[in-house]
Design a protein around this ligand. Structure first.
Ligand code: GDP
Ligand code: ZN
Length: 355
C-alpha cells in the first residue's frame, strides 16, 4: 500500500538530502487549488485551506514576493493549531515548473504549475473534408516545437498527443513523421471517443507521476482528462468539499487523482500557457477578419448577437468562410477569458512582476 502522500505524488526526492532523516511528513501538503490569497492543500489529515504567513505579503519581501507564492502542484509544509487557518511556511524546491511567457523580455515569466513530470501537448486531426483552421494550426510542427521548448526549459518531459485519430485517414503515418521530426519526443495518437485513449496515455506515465495538458481549445483536452479522471470533475465551477475539520468548504480543485494512480493538473493557468506566446501571431493570421471587425457598429463587438456586425454579415453572404470565422471566434474567446482572469487575479495583473 502506498501512503496518502505518495498517492499524491510524494517521494523523498523532493527533500534536500539533509532533510530526509527527520522530516515531519505529517505537516506536508500538496497544493491542489488556488484562491486569491489562500491555497487548498491535500495532506495526511485531509483537505485544508492554508494561508501564507503574513510577512510574506509585506512590500519589504521585495524580489521574492511573487516567486515564493505556492502554485498548483507545489509541495508545502504548514503549521496548524486547532481551530485556526493552517499557515503555509515553506515551499519545497520545485522539481519542475512551467512558466508562462518564458521567452518574455526578462526571460523569466511566471510559474503557473509546479512538479509536473509530463506535459502533454494535445493536437487534433481534422476530418479531411472540413477546413478546420484550429485543428490545422494545432498540428503545425512549428507550433508544437514552441511548446516543447518551454516545457523542456522547466524540466518536465513533453509528450505529444495527436487526438481525434478517428478523423484521420492515416494517423500512424502522421504520428511517425512528426516523431521523426521531433527527435526523441514521444508522439502518440489517440481518440478521446475511444476507451483505449486512457491506456495510451497511462502507458506513457508511471503511477504517481503528474501530468498536465496544454493545447488549443477544441483539441479534446477536457475529453481526455475526463476519461482519465472518470468522475464528474468541476473544473470551472466551485465545488463543495469537506475539509480536515469536517467543515464544508468551497474549493477549486485543479489537481486530480485518477484510478490509474497518475495525477492530473488541469488549471486555467496551464491552458493559458498556450496563449502566452502565441496570441498575437495567431490572430495576426486573421487580418481579413480584423479588417471586417473594424467596421462593426460596436468597437467591442464579439460578433455574436450584436446588431451591425460586419463579420457575421460576411459569413452570411459567403465572403467569409464559416469555419474560418469559428476558429477565429474560439481563439478570440480564449483570449478574452485570459484577459478576464488577468483582471480578476491580482497576481497576474502586471506581467513580469516580481522577476
Ligand atoms: P478542449 O477545448 O481541448 O478541452 O476540447 P474538448 O474536450 O472540449 O473537445 C472539443 C470537441 O471535440 C468536443 O465536441 C469533443 O466531443 C470533440 N472531441 C474530443 N476528442 C475527440 C476525438 O478524439 N475525436 C473526435 N471525433 N472528437 C473529439
Ligand atoms: Zn462584429
Amino acid at each position: 500500500m502506498i501512503s496518502p502522500l505518495e498517492a499524491l505524488g510524494w517521494n523523498d526526492s523532493f527533500l534536500e538530502p539533509e532533510d530526509r532523516v527527520d522530516f515531519d511528513r505529517a505537516r506536508l501538503g500538496r497544493v491542489v487549488g488556488q484562491h486569491r490569497r489562500q491555497w487548498d492543500l491535500l495532506a495526511e489529515e485531509g483537505l485544508l485551506r492554508g494561508s501564507l504567513a503574513g510577512k510574506r505579503w509585506a512590500p519589504g519581501a521585495g524580489q521574492e514576493h511573487l516567486e515564493i507564492q505556492p502554485v498548483v502542484g507545489d509541495w508545502v509544509t504548514y503549521r496548524s493549531d486547532t481551530g485556526s487557518t493552517p499557515i503555509i511556511d515553506r515551499i519545497l524546491p520545485r522539481r519542475t515548473e512551467l512558466r508562462r511567457g518564458a521567452a518574455g523580455r526578462n526571460g523569466q515569466g511566471q510559474v503557473v504549475v509546479a512538479n509536473v513530470d509530463v506535459v502533454a501537448v494535445v493536437c487534433a486531426f481534422a476530418p479531411p473534408d472540413v477546413k478546420s483552421h484550429v485543428m490545422r494550426r494545432s498540428l503545425n510542427p512549428r507550433r508544437i516545437e514552441r511548446y516543447l521548448t518551454a516545457i523542456e526549459a522547466g524540466g518536465a518531459r513533453p509528450l505529444v498527443v495527436l487526438n481525434k485519430a478517428d478523423l484521420a485517414v492515416d494517423p500512424e503515418q502522421a504520428r511517425s513523421e512528426l516523431e521523426a521530426r521531433l527527435h526523441g519526443v514521444r508522439v502518440i495518437s489517440t481518440s478521446a471517443k475511444d476507451e483505449s485513449a486512457t491506456l495510451a496515455i497511462i502507458s506513457e506515465l508511471l503511477p504517481q507521476q503528474t501530468v498536465g495538458f496544454v493545447g488549443l481549445s477544441g483539441v479534446g483536452k477536457s475529453s481526455l482528462v475526463n476519461r482519465l479522471v472518470r468522475q464528474e470533475r468541476q473544473r470551472t465551477q466551485e465545488a463543495r468539499e469537506a475539509d480536515a475539520r469536517g467543515r464544508h468548504t468551497t474549493t477549486h480543485r485543479e489537481l486530480f487523482t485518477t484510478p490509474s494512480g497518475i495525477l492530473i493538473i488541469d488549471t486555467p493557468g496551464m491552458r493559458e500557457f498556450s496563449l502566452g506566446e502565441t496570441t498575437a501571431s495567431d490572430l495576426a493570421a486573421f487580418s481579413d477578419i480584423a479588417r471586417l471587425a473594424e467596421r462593426c457598429r460596436f468597437g467591442d463587438c464579439s460578433h455574436g448577437q450584436e446588431p451591425g456586425c460586419e463579420v457575421r454579415r460576411a459569413v452570411e453572404d459567403g465572403s467569409l468562410d464559416q469555419d474560418r470565422f469559428e476558429s477565429y471566434r474560439d481563439l478570440f474567446r480564449e483570449i478574452q477569458e485570459h484577459e478576464r482572469q488577468k483582471r480578476e487575479d491580482p497576481r497576474r495583473r502586471r506581467p513580469g512582476r516580481g522577476n
